[in-house]
Design a protein around this ligand. Structure first.
Ligand SMILES: Cc1cc2nc3c(=O)[nH]c(=O)nc-3n(C[C@H](O)[C@H](O)[C@H](O)COP(=O)(O)OP(=O)(O)OC[C@H]3O[C@@H](n4cnc5c(N)ncnc54)[C@H](O)[C@@H]3O)c2cc1C
Length: 405
């Protein structure tokens, strides 16, 4: 393995481990019972404290008030924060804001940065990203119904979005809309900065996910845009560059997600191991004495450790060779880590018996909310196709030259 973990990061990781265990774990039951709004005031206090200590915006360069970590380093931070569903929010590196900040930082004009990026970095506002539409297959993102039509100095937007995560309470929505209908499929759409208080922007509902609609940052909305007018300068990047911008944003974002899932796996693993030791099947026999549970523990350990190395390797590749050259690594980790998360959490629930499907542990929350991991950021099947196509192309090229890949 070519990468190494920078020793200088150790104190930060230790401070975050303590934060997550001592401050966030105890807040989780209230968040599960009463929603995000119930824990938001306490989270704001913790955010202020973290910011003072320099534990803020790990993904953002120091010049913009962040910690300036590499993708690999931020992956390690994500793993620790990921142990709690509240972790990333506390350091202001939560999806979808983290990706939106990166977009504004890289492609925003001075005026766009001042209006939107500055308050996002300060944690004063939140944002959302509206691409997926109920009427079109999200796994084919070039097929969009939302249109932005130029009218003098404005764009006029009409469209229907859903699964716009965290739209509830967000000030800004980055809307993916077709602005160049006659261009090639990948050059038709643009990103448009839409204030959520613009006339014609309606949050229809927070969509119940596995029975839970959520609120605030912890929700996924259906949104309608009806004749929404925004100034021409609200385009992010050039017209028709929406997919190019989205591609640039996805690589580091996938590392953060995958390492967050590793954190969730570790949390589930801890609970499974503790339960295996504590729960007795009889006065003489612990649950962990059964071979089945021992196998769950061993298989989970192997899967988590292997996936962690795979994800860190992909992060290191992004740092070394860039997102484009690491595309195959990024697709590999996305579907693999999501499936490991699902298996580990499922075993942990099974190990807890009926308790596993109650709200008395965090397991059912993880199970409900992270089933989507195999769907969002590109469904598993799409990533597998990307990987397999590239591998087969290499074999075909080698075969045409009379050799082996
Ligand atoms: C929790 C969550 C949060 C989300 N947040 C956001 C957000 O903030 N903003 C946003 O814009 N979107 C968001 N999404 C939407 C997400 O990006 C889409 O759900 C995803 O792109 C899949 O699109 P779809 O749901 O329309 O499924 P479809 O495209 O209809 O696909 C359905 C299924 O078909 C299969 N499939 C698709 N393509 C292929 C293929 N080529 N080969 C084989 N099988 C295939 C897959 O199994 C897939 O799950 C979120 C989704 C979830 C679950």
């Amino acid at each position: 393995m070519e990468f190494s973990i920078p020793p200088s990061l150790a104190p930060t990781l230790e401070a975050l481990r303590r934060l997550v265990k001592e401050e966030l774990f105890p807040l989780e039951p209230l968040a599960r019972e009463s929603g995000f709004a119930a824990v938001e005031p306490r989270l704001q206090e913790l955010r202020a404290r973290c910011r003072e200590r320099g534990l803020w915006l790990p993904q953002i360069p120091k010049a913009h008030g962040g910690m300036g970590l590499s993708v690999l380093e931020h992956g390690l931070v994500s793993e620790v924060l990921g142990r709690s569903p509240l972790g990333h929010y506390t350091l202001n590196c939560q999806a979808p804001d983290a990706g939106n900040m990166e977009l504004l930082l890289e492609f925003g004009t001075e005026a766009q940065r001042e209006r939107w990026l500055r308050p996002l970095l300060a944690g004063e506002i939140r944002s959302c990203f509206g691409m997926t539409e109920p009427e079109h297959a999200g796994s084919n993102p070039v097929w969009l119904g939302t249109r932005a039509v130029r009218d003098g100095d404005h764009w006029v937007i009409d469209g229907h979005k859903w699964f716009t995560s965290s739209a509830d309470g967000a000030a800004l929505c980055i809307v993916m809309a077709v602005t160049e209908p006659d261009a090639a499929p990948h050059e038709r759409a643009s990103m448009v900065l839409v204030p959520t208080d613009a006339e014609g922007f309606t949050l229809v509902r927070n969509i119940p996910v596995m029975g839970e609609a959520g609120d605030g940052w912890m929700s996924h909305a259906e949104v309608r845009l009806e004749g929404v007018r925004v100034p021409a300068e609200n385009l992010l990047g050039a017209s028709g560059r929406g997919f190019a911008l989205a591609q640039a944003r996805l690589g580091p974002g996938r590392i953060h997600h995958c390492m967050r899932w590793i954190g969730l796996c570790e949390r589930a693993f801890d609970l499974m191991a503790q339960r295996a030791l504590e729960r007795r099947l009889s006065p003489e026999q612990r649950l962990g004495d059964t071979q089945t549970v021992q196998h769950w523990i061993a298989e989970s350990r192997a899967e988590i450790d292997a996936t962690r190395l795979l994800v860190l390797h992909a992060a290191w590749r992004i740092d070394e060779v860039g997102v484009k050259a690491a595309r195959e690594d990024i697709s590999l980790i996305k579907f693999h880590a999501a499936s490991v998360l699902q298996r580990v959490v499922d075993r942990a629930i099974q190990c807890h018996g009926a308790l596993g499907i109650t709200e008395d542990t965090v397991l059912s929350w993880i199970y409900r909310h992270e089933r989507g991991a195999r769907i969002y950021d590109g469904p598993d099947e799409v990533h597998k196709t990307v990987v397999a196509r590239r591998i087969l192309r290499r074999y075909a090229e080698a075969a045409s030259k009379g050799g082996r890949a």
